[in-house]
Write a protein that binds this ligand. Structure first.
Ligand code: XMP
Length: 319
């Protein structure tokens, strides 16, 4: 019978048998699946696990620190954090095309990950958070998860000389099972039940060119939106919610003068499969509060809109 406890015992035994005394490498993204793999492998093989966490500077507010806090500090997992913000921003400079932005981010991510991996000695296995739906869904689709390491593996794998074998302990599990496992393994509920976040991160939520200034404004606005959703018990009632940065400016009067600042769009949807989605009917009072807070607290934003487009035709992300 399925129970998180049974699955853990079972998975631990299988991982131990599979990797023996070899060392294993895991790319942590901060997402649910790789986090659960990290917790599981740590429980199974302890110090034989090394994680690499690439911070591309397009994460949500506090996300990088939270990953380090949970894994390195609380659980004692060996995590190498790579601060690659400048590299990513430099590579993205001047690029406005959504698909090309995705490619640049994906390619660079793999590059940085490989560089770190190459510095490590004696790694035999690459662990991945592949779950059952990833296995059955056709490759190349714009699914909820296009893990760069995974897609990289599909196009040829890590450098030939490293010759890594794959360890995918969640391959037979569905998302809800993975979440239960995560909680049972001691991961914070908040991490395990968070909304999906795309690999390219804020890179696809800043329309057009990505700059540090835009990313910082977006991070602040997004944090306010999520904070209020949690406070009002609305977070778990939406499937995905986030702010989008629009690089257009509009006029506002605030306090003593006129402002000419950027625009934030709020997006919140309800969906089962992320293939179609309905915009969340968030209460007007709630939206009012969030819009006020963003305009008051984020210096550089003077207008907030709410996205009332369904999917189809509008995708959940704006790019
Ligand atoms: P769309 O925007 O296509 O999004 O309606 C559907 C779901 O997929 C996520 N998404 C991505 N995830 N890499 C990812 O890992 C991507 O490039 C990507 N694009 C979209 C999106 O957040 C939503 O959950």
């Amino acid at each position: 019978r399925w129970s998180p406890g049974n699955i853990i015992t079972d998975s631990i035994a299988r991982v131990r048998e599979q990797v023996g005394r070899d060392n294993v490498l895991l790319g942590l993204s901060g997402g649910v699946d790789s986090s659960v793999v990290g917790a599981l492998l740590h429980r199974a093989i302890g110090d034989q696990l090394t994680c690499v966490f690439v911070d591309h500077g397009l994460l949500r507010q506090g996300e990088g620190d939270q990953v380090m806090e949970t894994f390195a500090k609380h659980m004692g997992v060996r995590v190498i954090r790579v601060d690659a913000e400048e590299r990513f921003l430099t590579a993205l400079k001047g690029e406005v095309d959504p698909e090309r932005k995705r490619k640049i981010i994906g390619r660079l991510f793999v590059e940085v990950f490989e560089e770190e991996a190459a510095k490590l000695q004696g790694i035999r296995w690459l662990a991945q958070g592949t779950i059952y739906p990833d296995v059955i869904e056709s490759a190349g689709a714009r699914t909820g998860k296009a893990h760069v390491i995974k897609s990289h593996h599909n196009v040829g794998g890590l450098p030939e000389k490293m010759n890594l074998k794959l360890c995918e302990p969640l391959r037979e599990l569905f998302k809800d099972e993975v979440r239960k496992l995560g909680v049972e393994l001691g991961l914070p509920r908040e991490m395990v039940y968070r909304h999906p976040f795309p690999g390219p991160g804020l890179g696809v939520r800043i329309l057009g060119e990505v700059t540090k200034q835009y990313a910082d404004l977006l991070r602040q606005a997004d944090a306010i939106f999520l904070d209020e959703l949690r406070k009002h018990d609305l977070y778990d009632r939406t499937s995905q919610a986030f702010a989008v940065f629009l690089p257009v400016r509009s006029v506002a009067v605030m306090g003593d003068g006129r402002r000419y600042d950027y625009v934030i769009a709020l997006r919140a949807v309800e969906t089962i499969d992320f293939m179609t989605a309905r915009w969340s009917r968030l209460p007007y009072e709630f939206l009012d509060l969030v819009a006020r807070r963003i305009c008051n607290e984020v210096n550089g934003i003077s207008r907030v809109t709410y996205d009332i487009s369904g999917k189809p035709p509008a995708t959940i992300e704006w790019e």
